[in-house]
Design a protein around this ligand. Structure first.
Ligand SMILES: CC(C)(COP(=O)(O)OP(=O)(O)OC[C@H]1O[C@@H](n2cnc3c(N)ncnc32)[C@H](O)[C@@H]1OP(=O)(O)O)[C@@H](O)C(=O)NCCC(=O)NCCS
Length: 186
């Protein structure tokens, strides 16, 4: 993961994930309301899981295929994460979660809009995918508010915390990509 710049919004700081964030991460993600909506984290998420997760992230610090930010507020410090990753130079996929006590205040939408703007202006990314489990409409709403469109593609995606596949609804964000009359992508 090539360490990104810090991103500031009116209420949030998106900062590179630090080892000191891990205790609060473990505390907030060990909640069914959070973990069951995620694809790639187990429940419970134990201290050894966290060490493996951290080691994986640190090993990929030089990669341009993964970007991960801690989401922080002035008063509460670490409240969740947002990031995007891709495999084999394919499209980036966006993911995020917030501790339950921080829901319903527009934080996820604020963080998503900020990372999309950053990805477009600082990394030159022109399209990002995302998917949410069909029983998680709040995440679909976050994506809609951030400018994602429904692709109509639904897949069965494995949720580690549920231990089974769940129907996932596919969305895509196309930034401000325009194609000129000459067919040149601007
Ligand atoms: C999904 C999640 C990130 C949303 O965070 P948040 O900060 O509460 O999101 P926001 O406040 O920015 O926006 C939530 C939107 O969903 C809407 N919403 C909430 N519950 C909803 C529901 N059951 N059905 C439909 N919309 C719902 C809210 O009204 C709001 O939309 P509005 O601004 O138009 O009113 C948070 O609930 C979370 O971390 N969930 C667990 C992990 C997760 O789902 N991650 C995403 C995986 S794809």
């Amino acid at each position: 993961m090539l360490m990104p710049n810090f991103i500031k919004t009116s209420r949030l700081s998106l900062t590179p994930f630090e080892r000191t964030d891990i205790d609060r991460f473990i505390e907030l993600v060990n909640d069914e309301a959070v973990a069951l909506s995620l694809a790639s984290l187990p429940l419970p998420f134990t201290a050894p899981d966290a060490q493996a997760w951290l080691a994986d992230r640190e090993q990929q610090q030089a990669s341009t295929n993964k970007y991960l930010f801690a989401i922080k507020t002035k008063t509460s410090g670490f409240i969740g994460v947002i990031g995007m990753d891709r495999q084999d130079e394919k499209l980036f996929d966006l993911g995020y979660w917030l501790g339950r006590e921080f829901w319903g205040q527009g934080y996820a939408s604020e963080a998503a809009s900020a990372i999309l703007h950053w990805a477009e202006t600082n990394v030159g990314i022109k399209a990002i995918t995302a998917g949410y489990f069909q029983d998680n409409p709040a995440s679909g709403r976050v994506l809609e508010k951030s400018g994602f469109l429904h692709t109509g593609v639904k897949t069965m995606r494995y949720s580690q915390a549920r231990g089974k596949k769940v129907k996932s609804i596919g969305m895509i964000w196309l930034g401000n990509t325009f194609v000129s009359h000459a067919g040149e992508v601007l």
